[in-house]
Write a protein that binds this ligand. Structure first.
Ligand SMILES: Cc1cc2nc3c(=O)[nH]c(=O)nc-3n(C[C@H](O)[C@H](O)[C@H](O)COP(=O)(O)OP(=O)(O)OC[C@H]3O[C@@H](n4cnc5c(N)ncnc54)[C@H](O)[C@@H]3O)c2cc1C
Ligand code: FES
Length: 272
């Protein structure tokens, strides 16, 4: 399928589902059957009725099936709260697909995925594409960590894929006690994961910096998808800069997450 050129459009909301007290799934019509969206590419979403902030907010595509895009959204502030009040039959403004996503999973390599909290969102599309391309479910491991059992969002969907699923919670209420990066490290150390398997991560900033350090120190083939703040989503405002090394154009030690990311090589990310 050809890569899709980003476009701005207004589309009907066709489904809304509550996933947890602070998380919901929203489905939007997407009548472009011949176009593909890479896992971790994102759309800028905004209500059409003027409710909520003027600036749209970025959300990764969760799934693309039967002409419907779905997004898994955690409620943080004004923008996500405004989206939480949208219902079936109303419409949303969307711009996308934007950015560069994760490379396709190679059948002979499999993949390890490390997700923290709402960072789980892009992995449904990644797993579904890989399964569709004939990658065996058993060659994919998803390490999914969150604060507690209640915030392991959309778990039944991930259980349904048949991939290896390793859960972690900060409070120990489900699975490994600790965060997703520590859990991934424990899996490597126990020999249940091969360090040569490409590893992809998505989650909050702090987790991704910890993951990048971990991957750099061990020379792992690792990529990550950042969840920075974004204002424009299209490379104009510089609001999404993340520190990187080597420096980019003209010695500038930052990458624009919306244009050069959100997926970056873990080896390139710099920070605390
Ligand atoms: C490429 C990309 C993909 C994303 N995909 C998803 C997704 O699939 N699902 C999803 O729920 N979110 C996703 N996010 C994060 C989402 O864009 C933010 O949560 C959203 O913009 C918050 O907007 P708001 O108006 O609700 O909160 P704001 O009013 O902007 O912020 C409210 C409060 O929450 C804090 N906050 C805001 N965003 C975050 C964050 N990401 N992490 C920690 N604290 C935060 C702020 O510091 C502030 O205190 C993604 C971000 C990027 C860059
Ligand atoms: S969000 Fe404006 S440059 Fe990236």
């Amino acid at each position: 399928m050809p890569a899709t050129v980003p476009r701005r459009e207004t589309r009907a909301v066709v489904s809304f589902e509550s996933i947890a007290a602070d998380c919901f799934r929203i489905g939007v019509e997407y009548p472009h059957p011949s176009e593909s969206v890479e896992p971790a590419q994102f759309f800028m979403l905004r209500r059409t009725d003027g409710e909520g902030p003027l600036l749209p907010r970025p959300f990764s595509l969760e799934r693309l099936r039967d002409g419907v895009l779905s997004f898994l959204v955690k409620v943080f502030g004004r923008g996500s709260r405004a989206l939480a009040a949208v219902r079936r039959g109303e419409s949303l403004d969307l711009v996308g697909p934007l950015g560069h996503g994760f490379a396709p999973v190679r059948r002979e390599e499999g993949v390890a995925m490390v997700a923290g909290g709402i960072g789980i969102a892009p992995f449904a599309h990644l797993i579904e594409r890989a399964l569709g391309a004939g990658v065996p479910a058993a060659s994919m491991t998803l390490v999914f960590g969150s604060a507690n059992a209640a915030s392991l969002y959309a778990l039944p969907l991930y259980e349904s894929y048949g991939t290896r699923l390793v859960l972690a919670t900060d409070d120990g209420s489900r699975g490994f006690r600790g965060n997703a990066v520590a859990c991934y490290g424990a899996e490597l150390q126990a020999g249940r994961l091969d360090p040569r398997t490409p590893v992809l991560a998505c989650g909050p900033d702090r987790m991704l910096h910890a993951f990048a350090r971990f991957a750099r120190e061990r020379g792992l083939a690792a990529s990550l998808s950042v969840e920075t703040f974004m204002a424009c989503g299209i490379g104009i405002c510089n609001g999404c800069s993340v520190p990187v090394e080597p420096a980019r154009f003209g010695g500038w030690p930052y990458a624009k997450a919306c244009r050069e990311g959100p997926v970056l090589a873990a080896a390139d990310l710099r920070g605390p």
